[in-house]
Design a binder for this molecule. Structure first.
Ligand code: R5P
Length: 286
């Protein structure tokens, strides 16, 4: 049974339809003091359940899925899987400053209540494998879906990756559309300040698609759009797997000159035009 948690009800419904599974939205409300109240709408005893919850702006959503998982166990579910298309806290994967919390590891410890964790294009950097965090996990990638979207809508564009970390998306997507990728160099000063440079002599006088895993504050994309414009790019499109768009990132990115901003529905919102439910349904059925 696929359970749609508050952030991903539509995605959960699509997954259930594609996997031919029962669907039930979780009833999740807030008491006046902000505490979470939740209830399963149908009996789950003896069932294999998958909680679908994307974890952008995560804190309330984390409480919801942890409460739901423990409740499912109390109620006798046979197994409890977490489908978190966007996995939170992975970027805090080491102590950058003394005495910091390594949030990625704490989150993984909290997730021991799940039998299996499924996620899409997790931001793994210094922690290399999902198995270094979770006991039983599945890592999916939206690269081929993004490639298909680009082929259909922005054929003959040059793919740009804003930084070395985006290489894994930019190169794979470029291969998919039989194009090539230009990967730029990023320096991050803090969460709201980055600079982007292009290396070598690159001709960008064409339409370009900038691809990255996450758009959060939008600074990485905005600086890349500016650099691409400087180098003569014609139309500039931005595509990411996870469109968090913290604060007014979407407006600022449009103002910077992005002709189109597209994300998958790992996080549901106005830009989520690429449907990842087939990937997840296939993984749940395998
Ligand atoms: C970082 O390395 C990621 O791949 C993204 O580039 C980053 O998370 C984007 O963040 P922001 O939108 O805040 O610049």
């Amino acid at each position: 049974m696929i359970i749609g948690c508050s952030a991903s009800v539509e995605l959960a419904r699509n997954i259930a339809r594609r996997a031919n599974d029962e669907f039930s939205p979780l009833l999740s409300e807030k008491f006046p003091d902000g505490e979470t109240h939740l209830r399963f709408r149908t009996g789950i005893r003896g069932k294999d359940i998958a909680l679908v919850q994307s974890l952008a702006h995560p804190n309330d959503k984390l409480i919801e899925i942890l409460f739901a998982a423990h409740t499912a166990r109390d109620l006798g579910a046979r197994s409890v899987t977490l489908v978190a298309p966007y996995m939170a806290y992975l970027r805090q994967d080491k102590r950058f400053y003394p005495n910091e919390c390594i949030s990625a590891r704490v989150t993984a410890r909290l997730f021991r209540v799940f039998d299996r964790v499924i996620t899409i294009d997790p931001h793994l950097h210094r922690i290399h494998r999902m198995s270094d965090l979770f006991r039983h996990s599945t890592r999916l990638s939206a690269n081929s879906l993004i490639g298909e979207y680009i082929e259909e809508h922005f054929r003959d564009s040059l793919i740009i990756g804003p930084d070395e970390e985006s290489c894994q998306w930019a190169r794979k997507i470029a291969q998919h559309i039989k194009s090539h990728a230009v990967v730029l160099k990023k320096k991050r000063y803090n969460s709201r300040h980055v600079s982007i440079r292009i290396r070598g002599d690159v001709d960008l006088r064409t339409n370009v698609v900038i691809v990255d895993d996450i758009i959060s504050t939008g600074h990485t994309m905005i600086e890349t759009v500016k650099e691409a414009k400087k180098l003569g790019a014609k139309k500039i499109y931005c595509i990411c797997v996870h469109g968090i768009f913290a604060e007014d990132a979407l407006t600022r990115l449009r103002k910077a000159g992005a002709a189109g901003i597209i994300s998958t529905n790992s996080i549901e919102g106005p830009t989520s035009k690429i449907d990842i439910s087939p990937l997840i349904a296939r993984s749940l059925c395998s």
